[in-house]
Design a protein. Sequence first.
Length: 112
Amino acid sequence: MSSIPQFSVSLHVVVSSLDENTVQVVQDQLKTFIPEFSFSPMREQSSLQDCIEFYASAQISADQRQLLIDSLDNDWDKDEDDDMFWAYGFNTRMFNPLVYYMQLDFQKLSAK
C-alpha cells in the first residue's frame, strides 16, 4: 500500500447517541482505517435530537482514500464536480450502526 500522502480528507460524522463513550468507540473504529486521523472536540448536534457530531482530518494516500470509500459505507452519494461523498445511516449500511450521517471531502494535495 502506498504511504505517500496524496489527499487531505475531512470527515464529518453525526452519531445517534449522546453518550461520549459511544462516540469514542466510533472514533476508535475510524482510527483502525486511518491511524493518523485527528478529531475535533465532539459536540451535541444542534439540529438533531440526541446526536453528537465531530470532525476528523488526515493526509492520506490514494490507497487509503479508496479504503475509506469502500469500507465506511455501502452506498455513497457523490458530488460529480467535487470529490465529496455523503451518506445517511437510515438508508445505507455504515461501518457502525450508530452513525446517522457521514460526509467525506477529499482534496488532492499539490506535488512538492
